[in-house]
Design a binder for this molecule. Structure first.
Ligand code: T46
Length: 132
């Protein structure tokens, strides 16, 4: 599987650091939606779905968490712990998120509005769709 991390330019000085995210510049799509996960509980696993169309970029703003990405052929585990990097997640990739640190804030930029019909929440159905 081709894992794409996008490295952001960080503008840092003695006051701290600043990262700017811009549509179709350092973000490879037009941002239609932003959501973020916080207060995530220890030993909780989230996700367990793929998307038919949605493309997203996940950025850990604080703390860390792990992603398991599965394209139906290969499963890859990744640690997100750097707010200067975004993990690009294509459609038809099964994702699970876990090992959230207590302070984790995970922001996700998405190229579409929320649409439950875009979710594939059944792993067997996902496997059939990607092998078709
Ligand atoms: C994804 C991973 C990384 C909304 O009402 N609007 C939204 O934009 C989203 C994302 C969710 N919701 C509602 C739907 C559920 O009732 O919030 C609740 C929790 O959503 P979900 O169980 O889908 O959360 P995760 O953490 O399992 O998955 C989310 C995204 O849904 C998903 O697209 O890729 O984060």
């Amino acid at each position: 599987m081709d894992i794409k991390f996008i490295q952001f330019q960080s503008h840092g000085d003695e006051r701290g650091s600043l990262v700017s995210l811009e549509d179709n510049k350092n973000i490879p799509f037009t941002i239609k939606r932003v959501y973020y996960l916080f207060n995530t509980q220890e030993k909780v696993r989230r996700g367990f779905h793929a998307h038919k169309e949605l493309k997203q970029l996940a950025v850990v703003l604080k703390g860390s968490c792990r992603f398991m990405l599965d394209d139906g052929k290969e499963k890859i585990e990744l640690l997100l712990d750097n707010p200067e990097q975004g993990l690009y997640i294509e459609s038809f990739v099964w994702r699970e998120m876990y090992d959230f640190s207590d302070d984790c804030v995970l922001m996700v930029l998405a190229d579409s509005y929320y649409d439950e019909s875009d979710y594939i929440r059944d792993y067997q159905e996902f496997k059939e769709l990607v092998s078709a």
